[in-house]
Design a protein around this ligand. Structure first.
Ligand code: TPP
Length: 633
């Protein structure tokens, strides 16, 4: 991949993932500083860019959170360089405090914010549409529809940003970030810029209204340029029956829908829209004046649909507008070619039945619940927390304690069969909410559970709050040496940067001690008894406590074991001793533990087993013995 990203071969076509195309776009746009915090579906942008950053002579980092990522990029842009930050949609919420003032302050060099939205919430807590954020922040927003446009969008956004001196938001979606497509390469810049920090652009913030006015003037200054962005295109001019306004990725679905319904060329007009904010008023206005019926195809909120209705009022025209607000597309979830086709068929009065999806042959796909990996150290910590509560508080953990969850692989703890958490909102909220539960008068002990990447991202301020205000909360940080959930990116606890340079390893326990947490202990998560006893001790000790349950992510550990030549040998279940009590299966919940119905005994799946040794420790009959693997690292 790195070779392709660095190839100086204008005109050459290459196959790129949408996110790789954004990275290539950054290189073509002469972005010299890039910062990001991982989050699906955005992560591969920084993964791709950081892998070539040194060779390209640029700087790229995984910041500790999205706010810092934005601020890093903002400072570079204020210094006259071109800069980019990328994040998932909810990351923009974290960065918003800074963005909502940087829009007033403005930039010198082009500044691009890539927001990768996740309609349906395939890998997210919500389905936020950040075109709305662009409107809220009064910033221009581009919405590319394929990897080619993804690449080009960064170049165009940089140019627009420099022209109006505002950050520009580029909205991606899961289906764009993670699709592969042909991309025609553009030229790579020959020269790097030198920073040139002009004193007069330092933002005074007073009076805000003056700067707000400046923001409006800056936004208005590129209205004509936004009309000309090549992602806006009028197609099949002259169609009488209907005009489709197809936004971003929805353009691809609209084209497919027309094909599926055999709509002849020229019968339906399509306005491909790549600038959802501010709308290219002339282009859109002319379209609204031409057609009696308009179908708005967009993923996310009815963002463009609502704006069109407002425009119609101003223009004094009354086309019928179909879309999400009229039920022709769903208000929730992701749109797809079938949904767009069904909506179009209803408008055109065509009978359409979506094709049945056929699984080849007699293949019946097994239904699986979401599950943590075999040997995952979160399984050990989940088990230990429940055991510690059972033994110390003497009751059902769900009834006698409050456990606040957080965002990471361990978020699966929310669901059956783990049933770990009472709350699960956003990064860092485990400790934040724990602070609150400790003040409700509930007598139950309050536990916050999170991973180290989340701790560094947003867990430190609420921990400080607990110490400052003396909240009686027990914080358990499972340190697995990586940001596992989003694809194993490094974080400050790992000791390496995005560009592969060694970095000081920041330990959670050192932070906790510096914050004067009175009870701080570090335990090997695979040492289950010690972990249980440490949690019990913390529960008995009043005041805030931090327990670091340290163990490498089992998937990373498997790779490391392979490299070190450590063979994974699953433990064996002594079928004489196994009473078939299912304790191991139902309590540890490791997917490598399986039930042999014919024998009515537990067994271990040798393919899944990572050789962690957790089941050996917890079997009440001592029927599981031996084995080696990641537990020996
Ligand atoms: C504001 C925000 N940014 C990014 C994400 C994406 N994300 C989900 S979990 C996670 C971090 C997980 O790392 P860690 O807490 O160390 O737990 P692990 O998955 O390694 O167990 C990230 C970055 C998010 N959900 N919200």
């Amino acid at each position: 991949m790195s070779r392709v990203l660095l190839e100086d071969a204008p005109g050459k076509k290459v196959l790129l993932l949408g996110n790789e195309a954004f990275a290539r776009g950054a290189l073509e746009a002469n972005v010299q500083v890039a910062a990001a915090y991982p989050g699906t579906p955005s992560s591969e942008i920084m993964e791709a860019l950081s892998s070539v950053a040194e060779a390209a002579g640029i700087y790229a980092e995984w910041s500790v959170n999205e706010k810092v990522a934005f601020e890093v990029a903002y400072a570079a842009a204020v210094s006259g360089l071109r800069a980019m930050c990328s994040m998932k949609h909810v990351g923009v919420n974290v960065a918003s405090d800074a963005i909502m003032v940087a829009n007033y302050a403005g930039v010198e060099g082009g500044l691009v914010i890539i927001s990768a939205d996740d309609p349906f919430g395939h890998s997210s807590q919500n389905e936020q549409d950040n075109r709305m954020f662009a409107k809220f922040a009064e910033l221009p927003c581009l919405e590319p529809c394929n990897p080619q446009e993804a690449k080009d969008s960064v170049v165009i956004a940089c140019e627009l940003s420099e022209k109006c001196k505002l950050p520009v938001i580029v909205r991606s979606l899961t289906r764009l970030s993670h699709v592969r497509g042909d991309v025609e390469l553009g030229p790579l810049p020959k020269e790097k810029r030198k920073p040139n920090l002009k004193r007069e652009i330092t933002y005074t913030g007073f009076p805000a209204a003056d700067h707000h006015k400046l923001l409006h003037e800056r936004l208005a200054s590129i209205r004509d340029d936004l009309e000309k962005v090549p992602f806006n295109r009028l197609e099949a001019r002259g169609g009488e029956r209907l005009g489709i306004v197809a936004c971003g990725i929805g353009y691809n679905y609209a084209k497919e829908a027309l094909k599926l319904l055999n709509v002849k060329d020229g019968e339906v007009a399509v306005l491909k829209l790549g600038v959802p904010h501010p709308l290219p008023k002339k282009l859109v206005g002319d379209f609204l004046k031409t057609y009696d019926k308009i179908y708005v195809v967009e993923d996310g909120f009815p963002f463009v649909e609502e704006q069109l209705k407002v425009m119609c009022y101003d223009l004094g025209v009354h086309p019928e507008i179909f879309g999400k607000l009229t039920g022709h597309l769903p208000m929730e979830g992701e749109i797809d070619p079938e949904k767009v086709t069904s909506g179009l068929a209803r408008i055109l009065g065509i009978d359409y039945k979506p094709p049945e999806v056929k699984v080849p042959g007699d293949l019946e796909l097994p239904r699986r619940t979401l599950s943590l990996c075999a040997g995952c150290p979160h399984l050990a910590t989940f088990y230990a927390i429940k055991q510690a509560i059972r033994r110390e508080i003497k009751g059902d953990p769900r009834k006698v304690s409050v456990v606040c969850g957080d965002i990471g692989c361990y978020g699966l703890g929310l669901f059956h069969p783990y049933n770990m958490f009472n709350t699960h909102i956003c990064m860092g909220a485990s400790i934040g909410a724990a602070n609150g539960f400790a003040r409700t008068g509930l007598e139950n002990p309050v536990i916050a559970y999170l991973g180290e990447s989340t701790f560094f991202h947003a867990g430190m301020p609420p921990l400080l709050n607990a110490v400052y205000n003396g909240a009686n909360i027990k914080v358990i940080v499972q340190d697995n040496f990586t940001t596992a959930m989003t694809g194993h990116q490094p974080n400050p606890g790992v000791g390496v940067t995005a560009m592969g340079k060694p970095a000081p390893r920041i330990l959670v326990e050192d932070v906790a001690k510096a914050f004067k947490v009175p009870f701080v202990k570090v335990v090997d998560a695979y040492n289950i008894n010690e972990l249980i006893e440490t949690i019990r001790e913390a529960l008995r000790t009043p005041g805030p406590a931090v327990i670091v349950a340290r163990r490498m992510c089992a998937e990373l550990a498997r790779r490391q074991a392979r490299r070190k030549g450590i063979k994974i040998t699953p433990p064996t279940v002594n079928k004489e001793k196994c009473t078939g009590c299912k304790y191991c299966i139902t309590q540890l919940l490791c997917p490598a533990l399986i039930w042999r119905e014919d024998e009515k005994k537990a067994d271990i799946d040798p393919i899944l087993c990572a050789g962690c040794g957790m089941c050996v420790q917890i079997c009440p009959q001592k029927a599981i013995t031996g084995g080696s693997g990641v537990g020996n690292l």
